[in-house]
Design a protein around this ligand. Structure first.
Ligand code: SAM
Length: 256
């Protein structure tokens, strides 16, 4: 059986089920309370050019626009979602947002980004963890580092395998499966999941905290802050129905 690839993840996000799911969220949900709080705290310069990776149908991008951020570049590798984001921006009179199709692991291949630098980066709602393979996730972190100016903030979220006793117990069981070689053969690494729900087929890597700290250090980002969403802000029922609890990460681009 074939391992989950980036091409598979992209096809899953371009599938009608996923497109409808993320488009509905972009139209109805906007920014989570936790996202808004952290953005206002760490992205204090509303005029700074910001880059948002994995923007989907523009849920967070249009939220940033509504908060007053006016120099926004947002990209996703799923073209169907980018089309939805562009259409929402037109509807909200936010055509100045620069939406494009690009792969976070290889921004150099995107001609529209050539020579551009950004004063901050975001990769919200676990998009970074939907990249199969740790070396590829690190490549995405390196690419965001490359296009950001020194001191720029980075905000992203992940799940956390150790966030509750139940999660820990489930992952102990999964570790046994990997030891015996009886894990889902499509998975790339321990911590991966591939499942189906109302958003369609979803690949997700669930790290532990140590893994992300190592990945940030290895890619030129200095860890600033991390906390579970429930510790950052209370969310509405609609947001909790749309998304599980997650860990927020804030880092800053090191000087090198
Ligand atoms: C869970 S969705 C979140 C979408 C949107 N940010 C939101 O919060 O509604 C994750 C997004 O990351 C995108 N993504 C995953 N891997 C990517 C990659 N390598 N390059 C660009 N986008 C990617 C997916 O296409 C998807 O739109």
């Amino acid at each position: 059986m074939k391992k989950i690839s980036a091409a598979q993840v992209r096809a899953d996000f371009n599938h009608l089920t996923a497109v409808m799911h993320y488009t509905r969220a972009a139209h109805r949900l906007g920014l989570w309370n936790s996202e808004r709080l952290l953005i206002e705290e760490y992205f204090s310069d509303q005029a700074a050019p910001l880059i948002e990776a994995g923007c989907g149908a523009g849920r967070a991008t249009l939220g940033l626009w509504d908060l007053g951020y006016r120099n926004l570049t947002a990209f996703d590798f799923a073209d169907e979602l980018v089309d939805q984001a562009i259409s929402l921006a037109v509807e909200r009179e936010a055509e100045a947002i620069h939406f494009l199709q690009a792969d976070a692991t290889d921004l150099a291949a995107c001609h529209a980004l050539a020579g551009k630098t950004f004063g901050g980066a975001l990769f919200l709602f676990n998009g970074l963890m939907q990249i199969p393979g740790r070396s590829h996730r690190r490549a995405a972190l390196r690419e965001l580092h490359r296009v950001c100016t020194p001191g720029a903030p980075l905000l992203f979220t992940t799940h956390d395998r150790n966030c509750s006793p139940t999660e820990k117990a489930l992952w102990r069981l999964e570790a046994l499966r990997w030891k015996r070689g009886t894990q889902d053969p499509r998975l790339v690494e321990f911590g991966d999941r591939y499942f189906s729900d109302e958003a369609g087929n979803t690949f997700m890597h669930l790290p532990d905290r140590e893994e992300i700290l190592e990945d940030l250090a290895a890619t030129g980002w200095t860890h600033t802050h991390d906390a579970m969403r429930r510790q950052v802000a209370a969310e509405t029922r609609a947001v909790r129905d749309f998304s599980d609890d997650c860990r927020f990460w804030v880092a800053h681009r090191a000087e090198r």
